[in-house]
Write a protein that binds this ligand. Structure first.
Ligand code: BES
Ligand code: MN
Ligand code: ZN
Length: 499
């Protein structure tokens, strides 16, 4: 879909999209169009349930005296409620609507409204950003789809008085969208296509946008003592990888301390010898969602040339049962030196992260670490897909993350960490075990496990098992891979960590 910013005018084909405020109050352009059509818009509104509330939409076909095929009235609610996130939602909803009616081109008229928060250029840019995010589709394997089954919308023009300023405001957002799409693509791919080596190769592509990328192989990880990560990978024919990405857009020298993001990259999780049931196992192709987000985030930061030093570390393994696989009861030694009793081979994400987290803090001494992982089914029981779980040893980092999430619509809910939960992971045979042995608080005990490998660095863990994949379309997130976390962490960096 092509997006353009143009000066206000009357398009001669397709759809013109105009806003209506709460209580059927027409915006200036809507009022002008109503006049030009001899009152057709007001009559259409009167004959419908449309009142101008947010999410209300009404299409008016073949309006008299206009060249366009349709006027789409969109409810704006109250002007004061229109912040950047609301503009994104609006842009996404417009794209969803236009595709559902088979439209191929449209122009959105954005009026300056009293009380509206963003500047006109930012409002236009954010509407376009939301439109862009919604227009994503992963359809490379649908070879028999007919053209009429595909989304129809080919071009969207956003009409605004300062088109040049809108274009400038859109440029960094478009880079974030590219990061989001990179993540969605990687997470959508099946596990016969994306496995540790190919996911590492995808991360390597970021060198093109200026990210330094290193890929550690099995031998190098062995030398570093990453027995926890390697134990998970040993049952697979696909060798594991650890990828380190660095974006150096920030200060040099002593002030260069980076921020760090760590991702769980289990490219397929069968559960290993503690094998999962067949039903739904296909979902475990997206058990590399955390790693996918870290890659897309690095793409976004580099693309918009963020003034920050950022490190991304992703641990990539495939968790398979085989004659080589690790067994329940095996004891492995992690890079930290701590020994781990592996009682359940399906609690593998924490084993991968244990070594990735330790390696990250040991090598980079980061300001903070945020890890992302599709870690526990229990977080879906607790929070569904509305919020991701947030766990942290640092209140400032936790509140910054929660605020960034609220601002971009990727919401987080904090859960507690405490010594009593930590003790549930003590093992009789080793320093720690990888499951508590009961179902109680199992998202929390998973986080407690991770905390033993962060060496007191400010750290937060995002359990994204419930938010990485979506079963229904949302305004800016079509169903499928969501890339939940890319926009959130990009925002966190932009708000607090750029020089
Ligand atoms: N990848 C799963 C968690 C998961 C489940 C993600 C459903 C997305 C959807 C993880 O590796 C896992 O298997 N966790 C176990 C832990 C248990 C063995 C302690 C779980 O949640 O059941
Ligand atoms: Mn598992
Ligand atoms: Zn897993």
């Amino acid at each position: 879909m092509k997006i353009a910013f143009v000066e206000p005018g009357r398009p001669r084909s397709g759809t013109i999209v105009v806003g209506v405020l709460e209580d059927r109050k027409l915006t200036p352009t809507a009022a002008a169009l109503d006049k030009e059509t001899g009152g057709a818009l007001k009559r259409a509104i009167a004959a419908s349930r449309f009142t101008g509330r947010k999410d209300d939409m009404l299409g008016v076909l073949a309006p008299p005296h206009l060249a366009v095929g349709r006027v789409l009235l969109v409810g704006l609610g109250k002007a004061v409620s229109l912040d950047e996130a609301a503009m994104q939602t609006l842009g996404g909803a417009i794209v969803g609507q236009l595709n559902s009616v088979g439209e191929s081109e449209a122009a959105v008229a954005l009026d300056r409204l009293d009380g509206m928060k963003p500047k006109p250029a930012d409002a236009a840019a954010n509407l376009a950003f939301g439109a862009r995010l919604r227009a994503y589709r992963f359809d490379k394997y649908r070879t028999k789809e007919k053209p009429e089954q595909k989304p129809t919308l080919r071009s969207l023009a956003v009409m605004t008085r300062d088109a040049a300023a809108a274009r400038r405001a859109f440029a960094p957002l478009e880079e974030v969208a590219k990061g989001v799409f990179f993540t969605r693509d990687l997470v959508s791919e099946p596990a016969n296509i994306i496995y540790p080596e190919t996911l590492a190769a995808a991360a390597r592509q970021l060198t093109r946008v200026g990210v330094q990328v290193e890929v550690l192989d099995e031998r190098q990880m062995k030398r570093l003592g990453m027995g926890a990560l390697l134990g998970v990978g040993q049952g697979s024919a696909k060798p594991p990888r650890l990828v380190v990405m660095q974006w150096k857009g920030g200060a040099k020298g002593r002030a260069a301390q980076p921020v760090a993001f760590i991702g769980k990259g289990v490219t397929f999780d069968t559960g290993g010898i503690s094998i999962k049931p067949a039903d739904g196992m296909w979902d475990m192709k997206w058990d590399m969602g955390g790693a996918g987000v870290v890659i897309g985030l690095m793409r976004a930061l580099a693309g918009r040339k963020a003034k920050v030093n950022a490190v991304g570390v992703i641990g990539l393994v495939e968790n398979m049962p085989s004659g080589m696989a690790q067994r329940p009861g095996d004891i492995v030694t992690s890079m930290s030196g701590q020994t781990i009793e592996v009682l359940n081979t399906d609690a593998e994400g924490r084993l991968v992260l244990a070594d990735a987290l330790w390696y990250c803090q040991d090598r980079f001494k980061p300001k903070f670490m945020v890890d992302l992982a599709t870690l526990t089914g229990a977080i879906i029981i607790a929070l569904g897909s509305e919020h991701a779980g947030l766990f942290s040893n640092n209140d400032e980092l936790a509140s910054r993350l929660a605020a960034a999430g609220a601002a971009v619509g990727e919401k987080l809910w904090r859960l507690p960490l405490a010594d009593a939960y930590d003790r549930m992971m003590d093992s009789d045979a080793a320093d720690i075990k990888n499951i508590s042995g009961g179902r109680d608080a199992s998202s929390i005990t998973a986080a407690q496990f991770l905390q033993r490998f962060v060496n007191n660095v400010p750290w937060a863990h995002l359990d994204i098992a419930g938010t990485t994949w979506s079963k229904k379309d949302a305004a800016t997130v079509p169903k499928g891979a969501t890339a939940f976390g890319v926009r959130l962490l990009d925002r966190l960096v932009a708000e607090h960590y750029e020089r």
